[in-house]
Design a protein around this ligand. Structure first.
Ligand code: ZN
Length: 79
């Protein structure tokens, strides 16, 4: 019980997020990311098509390590 939970899980506004589509030119793996400056709140593993919430966008493909293509989506894209 000593571990503090982030204070903004329930009932508060999410901090601003940026949304990126990442695609690996080498192996074809793609993943969407939400980058937030606040707490990372990921209660359940995301569905395959859902973005993963991170504090920092990974620079490389987690599958093969190649540098991947990032496309920033306009805010409000998810809605
Ligand atoms: Zn790759």
């Amino acid at each position: 019980m000593a571990i503090g939970l982030p204070g903004n899980i329930w009932g508060r506004r999410k901090p601003p997020v940026e949304f990126y589509l990442c695609e690996c030119p080498k192996c074809g793996f793609s993943q969407d990311y939400e980058v937030t400056s606040g707490e990372v709140i990921q209660i359940e593993p995301p569905a395959p098509d859902d973005p993963i919430t991170v504090l920092q966008l990974p620079e490389k493909c987690p599958k093969c390590g190649a540098k991947w293509r990032k496309r920033k989506m306009p805010s409000g894209f998810i809605q």
